[in-house]
Design a protein around this ligand. Structure first.
Ligand code: URA
Length: 216
């Protein structure tokens, strides 16, 4: 798997990541969502450099110009609900993409163990398409792999990209073992560890709650 960690090079991205982590700034949920969206836009730009490009003729008021633009075969797939702002950011750039939404949640069996429940699927065909799987927090990697397994019934994509905001080394290793080896991972930043409840440390807390409020 090709792993691209975007903050290995300093850029404006660092400000957006700092703000979503900062306990004082992240309380502003509008700003939190918009920062995740902005990170999604940067991820989209980076991913765009690895896509297939096709020549087409663009008419201008004064003539024509041959331009190369990416093949319009993208399906953006996000995991509800935390994935929604990241999805919006990716879709702001890949505005001609088709879209898939899946629900996945952790069903806690006790204080430390959980299983992933994947329940709702709304997806177009993935056959021969470029699949971009978006998940803001790559913690254990189990939800991402469960969602990918569930998506197999919708066809075989020609390439797979995974777009994440914060990951753990454990999560990266897990998806390296369990997703096709040609998968490309695009991740804004990577933290050292997970706590015993599978949260990324130092991370940012619960991305879904910060974006949309607490739940029962
Ligand atoms: N999901 C989150 O929102 N945060 C984590 O740290 C891990 C999973």
């Amino acid at each position: 798997m090709l792993v691209n960690v975007l903050d290995s090079k300093k850029s404006i991205l660092n400000k957006f990541i700092s703000e979503i982590r900062n306990i004082n700034i992240q309380k502003d949920s509008l700003r939190f969502r918009r920062n995740i969206e902005r990170i999604g836009e940067i991820l989209a730009y980076e991913i765009s450099q690895s896509l297939y490009y096709e020549k087409n003729t663009v008419p201008t008021p004064l003539g024509t110009k041959i331009m190369e633009t990416h093949k319009k075969d993208i399906v953006l797939c996000s995991i509800l609900r935390a994935g929604l702002p990241l999805h919006t950011g990716l879709l702001n750039y890949f505005d001609d993409a088709e879209n898939a939404f899946i629900s996945a949640y952790r069903k806690h069996l006790n204080e430390t163990d959980f299983e992933i429940k994947v329940e709702y699927f709304a997806s177009p065909s993935l056959e021969g398409k470029t699949l971009i799987l978006a998940d803001p927090m790559l913690a254990t990697g189990q939800s991402l792999v469960s969602v990918f397994e569930g998506l197999k019934k919708h066809g075989t994509p020609k390439e797979i990209h995974v777009a994440c905001v914060i990951g753990s080394n454990e999560g990266i290793e897990y998806i390296q073992k369990n997703l096709p080896k040609e998968t490309k991972l695009w991740i804004a930043t990577v933290d050292e560890k997970l706590n015993n409840r599978g949260y990324i440390v130092p991370g940012l807390g619960d991305a879904g709650d910060l974006a949309f409020g607490g739940k029962l």
